[in-house]
Structures are given as structure tokens and as C-alpha cells.
Design a protein around this ligand. Structure first.
Ligand SMILES: NC(=O)c1ccc[n+]([C@@H]2O[C@H](COP(=O)([O-])OP(=O)(O)OC[C@H]3O[C@@H](n4cnc5c(N)ncnc54)[C@H](OP(=O)(O)O)[C@@H]3O)[C@@H](O)[C@H]2O)c1
Length: 237
């Protein structure tokens, strides 16, 4: 065992979290309490701090597309991605903001909400072939729809289609239901995990919520950063 000696001074987060220069790369960004909770009061916001929020926004700026499950959109009241000061220069040569790509089977989404009506980059809906035709039509009016899979989203096909549309730097913001499937399908290249210094108990989900993985992947620790009592871990495949 070794002690991690703190590096003096601030780190350059843009450099630290740069995507590989080529190829498709799927990064997930999640926050958990010390006892493994991915939710506090049914949301994730209560788990983070200002640095976590800063990193959350910066990772969006570094991505070509942000994948998120419909439950997270509903629980957290997701609006469209907005540029921030922290993005200074990082999107040069790219669209000003990455689109959100919402995973949904029911398409029970408010297509009149700003997420669809005010998005600077048209929101993408990752849908299934058996989705309700009327909901699908409503989605198509307000979003770019990618159909992958029959009853259940075919995540590898959806990611391949996003990449074919030029979105090779992918960011998945969960939630735990979606992330469990991304991992089960072997699509996760990197996990950015904020460890929040809270103990919550109760019955929140963990950052992956799905059936046990037959072959649990073991990740490699790529980086540990600290802000206050929070740890910011980067693990890669
Ligand atoms: N700690 C963190 O970092 C973090 C991050 C994100 C979210 N959260 C929290 O996690 C909770 C939400 O997570 P969650 O796991 O319940 O939901 P989720 O993963 O955000 O979304 C699940 C939804 O995605 C759609 N979906 C999932 N798998 C699908 C498939 N195979 N085919 C088609 N559609 C599929 C379905 O949408 P439809 O129901 O529309 O069909 C499903 O209900 C919230 O409390 C949120 O605050 C925590």
C-alpha cells in the first residue's frame, strides 16, 4: 500500500479529463456517497459540492453528446445543455453545445419542455421500434430520433449510430438503470466517480442498478483528485 501524497497547486481539469484523440470513447460521470448511495432524496444533486458541479459542467463541454436515461431527465428536471465560462475554448471547431441523447422506451417525455424547444443542439431521443407511434411522431417533431432495438434499446447499436453521426466523445450521466446496461454491454471505457463524504443509509440505488454482471469488469485507477473532503476518481477499462 502507498499513501497518495497531495500534489501542490491546482490541476488543469481540461487536460486531466481530455478524451483520447481518436476513436469512440464512452465516459460515465456519477456521484455516490461513502455508503454507495447514488441518490439523496430521489436526486443526485444533494450528493455533490461546487467542485462536483464544476466538473459535471466541464465534462459536458468536453463531450460530443450526453447520454441520459429518461428517469433522470424526469427526476432532475433536465433542461438543455448550456455553455459555461469553464468551457473557454474547449469547443473550438465543434458545435457550441453537445446535444442530450435521452434513452426512453415509453417516450413519456414532455416534448413542450425547454429540453426540446430551447435546445441549442437538437435533443436526440434513443427509442425502440415498438414505441407508441403517436409518441414517436411527437418525438420526431421536436427531436432527432434514433431507433435501436425492438422492445429494449440496443445500446451498442445506439452508440454506433451516435458515433456515425460524428459523436465519438460520449458522456453518460446515468442514471443507474442506463449505466448498468451500458456496462453490461461492454460499452464503458471510463468511469468518473465523485465520492461524496456522506453516509445516508436507507434504500437508494447504487450507481449501477441492474442484474448482476456475469463477468464483472475490473477497472484501472487512472486518477485521484481531491477538493475539500470529496474525491474525484477516474477509472478506465
Ligand atoms: N448519482 C448519480 O450520479 C446519478 C446520476 C444520474 C441519476 N441519478 C439518480 O438516479 C435516478 C434515476 O435513475 P434510474 O436508474 O431510475 O433511471 P435512468 O437510468 O435515468 O432512466 C431509466 C429509464 O431509461 C429508459 N430505459 C432504460 N433502459 C432502457 C432500455 N433498455 N430500452 C429502452 N428504454 C430504456 C426508460 O425510460 P422510460 O421510462 O421513459 O421508458 C427507463 O425508465 C434519479 O433519482 C436520479 O437523480 C443519480
Amino acid at each position: 500500500m502507498r499513501i497518495l501524497s497531495p500534489e501542490a497547486g491546482e490541476v488543469d481539469l481540461v487536460e486531466r479529463y481530455a478524451y483520447p484523440s481518436d476513436g469512440v470513447w464512452l465516459r460515465a460521470n456519477m456521484v455516490a456517497s461513502l455508503d454507495g448511495a447514488a441518490q439523496r432524496d430521489e436526486r443526485s444533486g444533494g450528493l455533490g459540492n461546487a467542485a462536483d458541479r464544476h466538473l459535471f459542467l466541464l465534462l459536458r463541454g468536453l463531450a460530443d453528446v450526453v447520454i441520459v436515461g429518461a428517469n433522470t431527465v424526469r427526476a432532475e428536471g433536465y433542461g438543455p445543455v448550456l455553455p459555461t465560462d469553464a468551457w473557454d475554448g474547449i469547443r473550438d471547431g465543434r458545435a457550441p453545445v453537445p446535444p442530450l441523447a435521452v434513452v426512453s422506451r415509453t417516450l413519456d417525455l414532455d416534448f413542450d419542455a425547454p429540453l426540446f424547444t430551447e435546445a441549442r443542439a437538437r435533443t436526440i431521443v434513443l427509442a425502440t421500434a415498438t414505441a407508441d407511434p403517436a409518441r414517436l411522431e411527437a418525438a420526431r417533431e421536436r427531436a432527432d430520433v434514433i431507433i435501436a432495438g425492438e422492445d429494449s434499446l440496443d445500446f451498442p447499436a445506439a452508440v454506433a449510430e451516435l458515433a456515425a453521426r460524428g459523436h465519438r466523445r460520449l458522456l453518460c450521466e446515468g442514471g443507474p438503470g442506463v449505466l448498468a446496461q451500458v456496462v453490461a454491454d461492454g460499452l464503458l471505457d471510463e468511469l468518473c466517480l465523485t465520492l461524496s463524504p456522506q453516509l445516508l443509509a436507507g434504500h437508494p440505488t447504487r450507481i449501477l442498478n441492474g442484474p448482476p454482471l456475469p463477468v464483472p469488469p475490473e477497472l484501472t485507477l487512472a486518477q485521484v483528485l481531491r477538493d475539500d473532503d470529496f474525491l474525484f476518481l477516474r477509472y478506465t477499462r
